[in-house]
Ligand binder design. Structure first.
Ligand code: GLU
Length: 499
């Protein structure tokens, strides 16, 4: 049997470091056994999927030196590799299940579902849907259909027994079927759910090993039930330990920079970053920490994959990166690499218009622009807090700027300026009060810098976001309760008065 692994990211945002982490292990696993590693784009969420995010996935994977044998961009014998182009395949398989009496049409309305949810919450039921349309008669189905009532297709999950599988990392998992929902397979727009499309594709693409993050383990019983309903042999499962933040909880975008591009733009070496990611889930013999991709591929042993989550420790990453710089990057390569990272012509061509009228000598250049190239900003409370403004106020402003920027589809001057104007309006403060903390948080407190919004654009969303986040944390952070309150008011764009 030829080993085939895959990653199946959804192009709904810029790639998370977790995507690179999973891609690495899938690629290492396949290469070790002489198999294939493929890339499938799971873009069934029509409202959130974007072609530019798909591009970012490719770019980030290439950055750490990964290649894939099959995928939407390179083709292959099991295509198409984009789920939105495979809807006929899912519908055909669903029709088979319906015919075999293993799935049913469910006409329950959104209001009814909400009622059911509230009741099951009260009674502590594990399943969210009470299976009320599981046994409709032919006449009832016809009546709903002729009334034009929309429906979803659900799987008839067995009512008794257990669903079991053995995860190669976690061991045997068993869940009583009565606790598993009659999952939706096709939505009312006839688009597949994640569960259906994922299982059909893994089967059709002959995936032998599903290696994915621990967060998907709760979906796996549903997948096993689907394999059983189709009469297909499930692949083997390996659920990898999660990447954890410094607080020991799942690495989250709300608290840590999680975008792969943040690390690229911060100036980490791709080979060091790749090495670091493998350390998160795996230990080499002899506790070696510095090794090449070829070495881990050659020596790979799934038994050495960790069981518990690994802390994504930036200090460790910095240390490792430095080791690469000292030991593995020859001196003559240093300047070309730094130039390629931050001093390349493309970037400089964009920066020059922002500086040309603001420097007296070339010597002024760095004073003006150092914040584009530094990793650590020397924040102080004095700098971050404008006069008569409380810490809570500044934190709230920065947090709302962050949300505003996140909601933005575009990363351009007008859109960014609009966000800061909106924040000023919502807080009912002079726009200067908004701009000062931003200046200090993102641009190291330069009163005489290049133009603010153009600099934002050039610095890019990943670094800007991370700096806002880090300065919020520097000021003591936001408690979960306060953050929830603030978010509600921000979403409603209520006038926010924070003392
Ligand atoms: N589309 C899922 C994701 O975004 C795939 C999970 C899996 O590997 O099954 O990660």
């Amino acid at each position: 049997m030829r080993v085939r692994t895959r990653i199946a990211p959804s192009p709904t945002g810029h790639p998370h470091v977790g995507t690179l982490y999973m891609a690495l292990f899938n690629s290492i696993f396949a290469a070790h056994y002489g198999g294939d590693f493929l890339l499938r784009i799971e873009d069934t969420d029509q409202t959130r999927s974007r072609p530019e995010f798909e591009e970012s996935i490719y770019e980030s994977l290439r950055w750490i030196g990964l290649t894939w044998q099959e995928g939407p961009d390179v083709g292959g014998p099991f295509g198409p590799y984009r789920q939105s182009e495979r809807t006929d395949i899912y519908r055909k398989h669903c029709a088979d299940l319906l015919r075999a009496g293993k799935a049913y049409k469910c006409f329950t309305t959104a209001e009814e579902l909400e009622e059911i949810r509230l009741v099951s919450q009260k009674t502590g039921q594990k399943i969210g849907y009470d299976r009320r349309h599981r046994n409709l008669t032919e006449e009832e189905i016809n009546a709903f259909e002729s009334a034009g009532r929309p429906f979803v297709l659900r799987l008839k999950v067995p009512l008794s027994g257990d669903v079991e599988f053995t995860d190669r990392i976690k061991g045997k998992i068993s869940v009583p079927c009565k606790d598993v929902d009659d999952q939706v397979l096709l939505k009312s727009d006839a688009f597949p759910t994640y569960h259906l499309a994922n299982v059909v594709d893994d089967h059709e693409m002959q995936i032998t090993h599903v290696i994915r993050g621990d967060e998907w383990i709760s979906s796996t019983p549903k997948h096993i039930l689907l394999y059983q309903a189709f009469g297909w042999k499930p692949p083997e499962f390996l659920h990898m330990p999660l990447l954890l933040g410094p607080d020991g909880k799942k690495l989250s975008k709300r608290k840590n920079p999680t975008s792969a591009f943040y690390y690229k733009q911060s100036g980490f070496l791709p080979e060091a970053f790749r090495n670091f990611l493998t350390l998160m889930g795996y230990s080499m013999t002899g506790d070696r920490e510095i090794y090449s991709l070829e070495e881990i591929i050659a020596e790979f042993d799934p038994k050495r994959i960790g069981i518990s989550g690994a802390v994504f420790d930036i200090k460790k990453l910095e240390w490792l990166n430095q080791q690469y710089l000292i030991r593995l990057i020859p001196e003559e390569e240093l300047w070309p690499r730094i130039r390629e990272w931050g001093f390349n012509d493309t970037f400089m061509k964009r920066l020059m218009p922002l500086v040309r009228t603001r420097i007296r000598t070339f010597g002024d250049f760095f004073e003006l622009c150092d914040f584009f190239f530094t990793s650590h900003l020397p924040w102080t409370k004095e700098l971050l807090l404008p006069k008569d403004t409380s810490e809570k106020m500044v934190v709230s402003i920065l947090q709302c700027i962050l949300w505003g920027l996140e909601e933005n589809e575009k990363w351009d001057r007008t859109a960014i300026e609009e966000v800061s104007q909106t924040v000023a309006k919502v807080f009912d403060v002079n726009h200067k009060k908004i701009v000062i903390p931003i200046l200090f948080a993102v641009f190291m407190g330069k009163h005489q810098g290049p133009p603010l919004y153009d600099s934002f654009v050039l610095l890019g969303e990943h670094i800007t976001r991370a700096r806002l986040l880090q300065s919020i944390q520097f000021l003591g952070g936001v408690s979960n309760t306060f953050q929830a309150e603030l978010k509600k008011s921000w979403d409603a764009r209520l006038g926010l008065l924070v003392k």
